[in-house]
Design a protein around this ligand. Structure first.
Ligand SMILES: [Zn+2]
Length: 379
């Protein structure tokens, strides 16, 4: 693997890009953000959002924000109301009852307590579990089953309720490095449908599992033409936020009543205990990603901290080494129960998808790492 010279983003990241100096796009972006005038940016953003939401000015909702109730979306909802002066309809695609954690349900209630209107969409639980099982066997990535639904909910409701503006947090091209989503400007989210998630969201296998395409409307992202015809625009808020970070978002959301998972980072890989708290199996999926791409949540958290200047690259390497593989057995056990498989089948499937250049799969139960994090730079 080859790494960004500043952080620990490897060249195995799908849709990732590096500049001639071997620096990844998010590092380049955060480096430039110190010279950005955020007051000007906010004024620019306000102008855009006022214009795009104008036809709903006298309606109840001027825009939509997709939420999970977690730290980022809670802050996003508050920010939209306070800084932009818009009243958002919050749309949440909730996990089925066997999957959602109590904390997740409580955090959605918290948004209602904060005075927001929340629309919760619930996909059918049995079909959902069948799709999760199939996605695990087919891609070793169960999120492929639910991501489509999570992404599609917001634009579908925007069209249905005639709400002209969708607000997103981070710009995934500039702030995460998913370059397929790059738009015409830093605000433009019209290419969100090209993200790693949605672009790979071929519905053929969904139809095979569901047996009938008519069972899948919640999983269908609207066509670009439908968005254009209904004049629904997607705009990123991230570029106007000087202090968008996990830490700040956590602190602000906490001050507004959100609850966190807590727990031991050695078992969850979640250093602050504030990530994806609405369910537990993301922890499992992070482990699966690690065996396929050689990096995971430890690396992502290290990268953010390196860019913020909180830790050195050397310290980041230790963080990645320690937390990329963190996933307690209890989470794997409960996931296996949900999709009705035993753990032998689980590990055999994982090994089928493991990158054997990076991991040894011949000994032990879990694949064993053969590489050293951060060694070998992009040329
Ligand atoms: Zn980087």
């Amino acid at each position: 693997m080859h790494y960004c010279k500043k952080c620990l983003t490897p060249d195995t990241r799908p849709n990732g890009k590096f500049n001639e100096e071997g620096i990844c796009i998010p590092c380049e972006y955060s480096n430039n953000s110190s010279i950005v005038n955020f007051d000007e940016r906010l004024a620019e953003l306000k102008k855009i959002t006022n214009k795009l939401s104008a036809r709903n000015r006298n309606k109840r909702w001027q825009c939509i924000v997709g939420v999970s109730g977690g730290k980022d979306s809670t802050r996003q909802a508050l920010w939209t109301r306070e800084k932009l002066g818009l009243n958002p309809l919050l749309v949440s695609v909730v996990y089925p009852p066997k999957q959602i954690a109590q904390v997740g349900a409580d955090n959605l209630s918290n948004l209602i307590n904060l005075g927001f209107d929340v629309l919760a969409l619930g996909p059918a639980p049995r079909l959902s579990s069948e799709l999760v099982r199939e996605a695990f066997f087919r891609f070793c990535n169960w999120l492929k089953a639910t991501e489509m639904c999570l992404f599609a909910g917001v634009p579908n409701i925007a069209i249905e309720r005639k709400i002209p503006l969708i607000l997103w947090g981070e710009n995934p091209a500039l702030q995460v490095g998913d370059m397929g989503t790059l738009g015409a400007s830093i605000w433009d989210g019209s290419n969100l449908a090209n993200s790693n998630t949605i672009a790979g969201g071929d519905l053929t296998w969904f139809t095979e599992v569901a047996g009938d395409v008519n069972r899948l409307p919640m999983y269908m992202y609207p066509a670009k033409e439908a968005m254009v015809k209904n004049r629904v625009q997607t705009i990123f808020l991230g570029p106007a936020w000087p202090d968008w970070s996990s830490e700040t978002n956590s602190r602000i959301a906490l001050a507004h009543g959100i609850r966190y998972r807590g727990g031991d980072p050695a078992l969850t890989g979640d250093l602050l205990g504030t990530r994806m708290v609405d369910e537990d199996w993301t922890i499992v999926n992070m482990l699966l990603k690690y065996y396929k791409l050689g990096f995971s949540r430890g690396t992502e958290q290290a990268n953010a901290a390196i860019r913020e200047g909180l830790i050195t690259r050397e310290e980041g390497i230790q963080m990645a080494e320690k937390y990329d593989e963190a996933c307690g057995d209890e989470y794997i056990e409960s996931f296996c129960r949900y999709i009705r498989i035993d753990e032998t089948t689980f590990w055999a499937t994982v090994k089928k998808f493991t990158n054997t250049k990076l991991f040894d799969i011949t000994t032990g139960r879990r694949p064993k790492k053969k590489f050293k994090v951060g060694v070998g730079m992009i040329e």
